[in-house]
Design a binder for this molecule. Structure first.
Ligand code: AP5
Length: 218
């Protein structure tokens, strides 16, 4: 099994590289951000609670997030392994995850940190837009749909900008996440799980580096 945690600031390309990993390795992609957006769209209790944090660029409380992850990681569809995208984001979450993976006997095998400069992150987030129907991610500068106004994945025509990609929220999101990034890297470095990947390059080049790490695990 390959069980990955993808670490990276907002806009580092975690979602983008996750899609490429899933295509090649058939791992289960678990994005806490996507799970919260689904919950918000369905107006569930968790979704309504999460919205009050996410819309401001703050983190959802550790216990709420960890519970969601434990439920998801416990599902039987995870056969080849998993990618955790956006969890853990605090040291408390990292410790909670250790308990979860021990209970489920699904330990992390790799932590990959995507490193991208802040000015690049800001540019990427302000240019990102999403398909409302399937959640596919696009970018006004680097990744427009192949057919104008039509989603490559589902054919949908309704696109939107995430509330938390608006400039006033991005600043706080980056600040909140930057605080925890270095301690998390240290935590996984000490466990000899960490590989740092330069995320400034094209998505194809980034994936090549990630692939080189993962192919050693097979
Ligand atoms: P989440 O959805 O996880 O947001 P995030 O971590 O801020 O990450 P993003 O989805 O913004 O970026 P990404 O790294 O996936 O980049 P992407 O591939 O899309 O979380 C949202 C919120 O939920 C959080 O702020 C928090 O409130 C809450 N939350 C989630 N997890 C939580 C947790 N564990 N604890 C507490 N709260 C939590 O790429 C970005 C753009 O750049 C795209 O347009 C893409 O096309 C483009 N791009 C990507 N790679 C490249 C490249 N190599 N070159 C050029 N362009 C690129």
């Amino acid at each position: 099994m390959i069980n990955i945690f993808l670490l990276g600031l907002p806009g580092a390309g975690k979602g983008t590289v996750s899609e490429q990993i899933v295509d090649k390795y058939h791992l289960t992609h678990i994005s806490t951000g996507d799970m919260f957006r689904d919950a918000m769209a369905n107006e569930t209790k968790v979704g309504l609670e999460a919205k009050s944090y996410i819309d401001k660029g703050d983190l959802v409380p550790d216990e709420v997030t960890a519970k969601l992850v434990e439920e998801r990681l416990g599902q039987p569809d995870i056969k080849e392994g998993y990618i955790l995208d956006g969890f853990p984001r605090t040291l408390v979450q990292a410790e909670l995850l250790e308990g979860i993976t021990e209970r489920l006997n699904k330990p992390l095998t790799n932590v990959i940190s995507l490193e991208v400069k802040e000015e690049t992150l800001v540019k990427r987030l302000s240019a990102r837009f999403m398909c409302r129907k399937c959640g596919a991610t696009y970018n006004k500068i680097t990744k427009m749909p192949k057919v104008k106004d039509t989603c490559d994945r589902c054919g949908g025509h309704d696109f939107y900008q995430r509330e938390d990609d608006k400039p006033e929220v991005v600043k706080n999101r980056l600040e909140v996440n930057e605080k925890m990034n270095a301690p998390l890297k240290d935590y996984y470095q000490k466990k000899s799980l960490l590989t740092v990947v330069d995320g400034e390059r094209t998505p194809e080049e980034v994936f090549k580096s990630v692939d080189a790490v993962l192919s050693k695990k097979q």
